[in-house]
Design a protein around this ligand. Structure first.
Ligand code: ADP
Ligand code: MG
Length: 695
């Protein structure tokens, strides 16, 4: 077997490869572009392209592709081969600097939210040299940004890169005032934890809802769910282990630092965590991880479900977005150290985050809004739709001391004794965990837990970066002018505590009382995607994004349109799938069952005279069938109505939520009741019990 150290990164055009393959001067100049954002010379690009091509061909590649992230939520790639025919009928393998830097995919089939008419189809991809190129499935993949002919961003990477620049600018200003003269760049770091479900492919293939929508639209509650709490961290089954082992190898080859894997709370649910890296690379890697999960599961006769809520009544899947800021010389700016009350730099950056999250809660909530995630946020599941911050005991105490006139001590974690000499005494963390908080401080980073499992993490991160950049910008403006910097810092921190402490909540976020309490505090509780989308069109948020050069007004307006459209299309597909499954699978099954039951009743009556049990069942089936059929008609009507509301996408999205989505729930209720009374031989699709416990 090839040792892991040799596998890791073997399909990545990484620093080690570049050092080996590039002439010294070219290598140096290229590193400066990556690390300090200096412009890239044409000659450098030419040499890098040629080295990349040789390296990729040696790895078995025949093609190259500009790999990008349009606003569909998944990645896109168009493959061109390296071949360049010669006059004598042979071919050379070519790849120029120009081809590396710029691509020209037809943009007309990607969502643009009105930014571009179809006749203006030109779009450009531009090489992002800060995320390394890699080889996948016989192609050299070059991470790129994607923009329209007129220069507007049509992807998720562009605003993310812009937001990293914005945060860097403002963080450096603050660091300079604090006396730091050496740091050259501040980057944001991200380590996502990805949740997913795995089910058997044979069962998946029998469910049209899973195939078309990624979630079950019908399905009665199984006799066993997650109540035994026996799945979380449980022993991993062999088939899953084999899949996970393959997945690890595949990801390691791509330089994705897959680190932790375990079973999650729900049956058939699992998690993969990777080691953190820069926001940009982490986002690319998360896309690669999601793609690899789906592909590798198939090799094992399994299907990976990334949807936020594949099964009603069972925990959904999210993505914990661990986030921090770090300097190029290795300091984590959210590291509290042993005496956080004296750690001015930490307190300033912590205050910046608290202020940002409170000032722009609507924008942050919006960053996690999607039709799939609506089944989690604001539904009866974690985390809630209200943005709040968990700080933990130690930091909350320090802030309270500051507010009361000055912090003099940091509560220590202490030592925990386990009551027997054979077990070691353990140093205690300074704070317990809180698994219910949407935005929790976890030692030296914040964990944003609202992101949906299927979503790209780009939006959550460009939002976080930009809102924190804004806090830092306001701090820097004051500090640079201050006569007494220390006093000004103290004042800034105190102001944040006073004004923004309402967003801090260390209690149970799932409790009903929190909803009332949050309302009293004036915190927004935005329960559905349709309501959350509007934040991107709010004047204060447009001003913010434009000020920091992350998104322009037109870019935001177009994104707003696209999100309404995605919502409408998603619910529409789900509703149509329900209608089709109802008419062609459930209705015929129940009708056959009912007819056979009627037959049994008359034969029984011929010989017995008493068929009360059969009749009772017959009546129950008949009643529910009648209601099911009426609700089916209602759903069809609702879809009819909503789909004809052209023109105003917001109004149409509201109609899909209030008419169609609610009609879907009604129809489902009847179907799920029928499932529990109809003979299982007649039921046309695998049940929850099979899907969840069959492996
Ligand atoms: P848990 O399940 O307890 O939250 P995990 O170990 O599964 O913990 O995930 C923690 C994640 O946080 C990992 O992806 C880790 O790399 C990431 N992380 C750690 N430090 C930082 C940091 N400074 N910035 C961003 N992410 C970080
Ligand atoms: Mg976590």
């Amino acid at each position: 077997m090839v040792p892991l150290v040799d596998i890791y990164g073997s399909n990545v055009f990484n620093d080690q490869v570049m050092r080996q393959m590039l002439p010294k001067e070219i290598y140096k100049s290229f590193r400066q572009t990556i690390e300090e954002g200096l412009p890239l010379g044409a000659q450098v690009a030419e040499v890098v392209a040629s080295a990349m091509k040789d390296w990729a061909i040696a790895k078995g590649s025949t093609h190259f592709t500009h790999w990008f992230q349009p606003l569909t939520g998944i990645t896109a790639e168009k493959h061109d081969s390296f071949i360049s025919p010669t006059a004598d009928g042979r071919t050379m393998m070519e790849f120029s600097g120009k081809e590396l830097i710029k691509g020209e995919p037809d943009a007309s089939s990607f969502p643009s939210g009105g930014l571009r008419a179809t006749f203006e189809a030109r779009g450009y991809t531009a090489w992002d040299c800060t995320s390394p190129a890699f080889v996948k499935d016989g192609s050299l993949c070059i991470p790129t940004a994607f923009a329209s002919y007129t220069g507007e961003a049509l992807d998720k990477k562009t605003p993310l890169l812009r937001s990293m620049d914005a945060l860097n600018r403002q963080a450096l200003r603050v660091l300079r005032v604090l006396g730091n003269k050496t740091t050259k760049r501040v980057v944001t770091t991200v380590g996502p934890e990805q949740e997913y479900f795995i089910i058997d492919k044979k069962l998946f293939d029998q469910r049209e809802d899973l195939i078309l929508t990624g979630r079950t639209l019908f399905g009665a509650k199984p006799p066993k769910g997650q109540e035994m709490e026996d799945h979380y961290f449980g022993q991993i089954k062999d088939r899953i282990l084999a899949f996970m082992a393959d997945l690890d190898i595949e990801l390691w080859k791509l330089g994705v630092a897959a680190k932790t894997k375990h079973n999650e709370v729900a049956p058939a649910q699992h998690e993969l965590a990777v080691i953190f890296t820069t926001s940009n690379i982490a986002t690319d890697h998360n896309q690669l991880a999601m793609e690899a999960m789906k592909k590798i599961a198939l090799r094992h006769g399994l299907v990976c479900l990334l949807h936020e809520k594949p099964f009603a009544g069972i925990n959904g899947s999210g993505k914990h977005n661990n986030w921090s800021m770090s300097t190029n010389d290795g300091q984590n700016l959210l590291e509290p150290g042993t005496d956080p009350h004296q750690n001015v730099q930490f307190l300033v950056f912590l205050s910046a985050v608290i202020k940002a999250v409170d000032d722009y809660a609507d924008l942050l909530r919006h960053s996690a809004a999607s039709p799939g995630n609506d089944h989690r946020l604001g539904a009866n599941e974690a985390p809630p739709a209200i943005i709040s911050i968990f700080l933990g005991e130690q930091l909350t105490d320090i802030l309270a001391q500051i507010e009361a006139g000055g912090a003099t001590k940091s509560k220590a974690g202490g030592i925990m004794h386990l009551g027997t000499a054979s077990l070691p005494s353990l140093p205690k963390d300074t704070t317990d965990r809180n698994r219910t908080s949407p935005f929790a401080f976890t030692g030296n980073k914040f964990e944003f837990r609202m992101v949906g499992s299927m979503q790209s993490i780009a939006k959550a991160n460009f939002t976080l970066n930009t809102i924190v950049a804004e806090s830092l910008n306001q701090f820097a403006d004051r500090l640079e002018k201050a006569a007494n910097v220390d006093r000004e810092i103290a004042e800034i921190i105190l102001e944040v505590i006073k004004k923004n402490k309402r967003v801090i909540f260390n209690g149970n976020n799932y409790a009903e009382e929190w909803v009332t309490e949050a309302e009293k505090r004036g915190l927004p509780n935005i329960r559905s995607t349709v309501d959350a989308i509007g934040a991107i069109r709010a004047e204060k948020n447009i001003a913010l994004m434009e000020k920091h050069g992350v998104l322009s007004r037109v870019e935001m307006e177009s994104r707003c349109e696209i999100q309404y459209e995605i919502y409408i299309k998603t619910i529409n597909i789900e509703a149509l799938t329900m209608v089709e499954m109802s008419k062609r699978q459930i209705l015929p099954a129940v009708i056959s069952f009912r007819a056979d039951l009627a037959g049994s009743i008359s034969s029984i009556l011929d010989i017995d005279g008493n068929a009360d049990v059969e009749k009772a069942l017959f009546n129950q089936v008949s009643e529910t069938l009648k209601s099911f059929s009426a609700n089916l008609a209602k759903l069809e009507k609702a879809v009819q109505k909503a789909s004809h509301l052209h023109g105003d996408t917001k109004a149409q999205a509201i109609a899909y939520r209030d008419l169609v989505f609610t009609a879907m729930a009604e129809l489902r209720k009847d179907a799920d009741t029928l499932e529990t009374v109809v003979d299982s031989d007649y039921w046309p699709m695998p049940t929850y019990a099979k899907l969840l416990f069959n492996l």
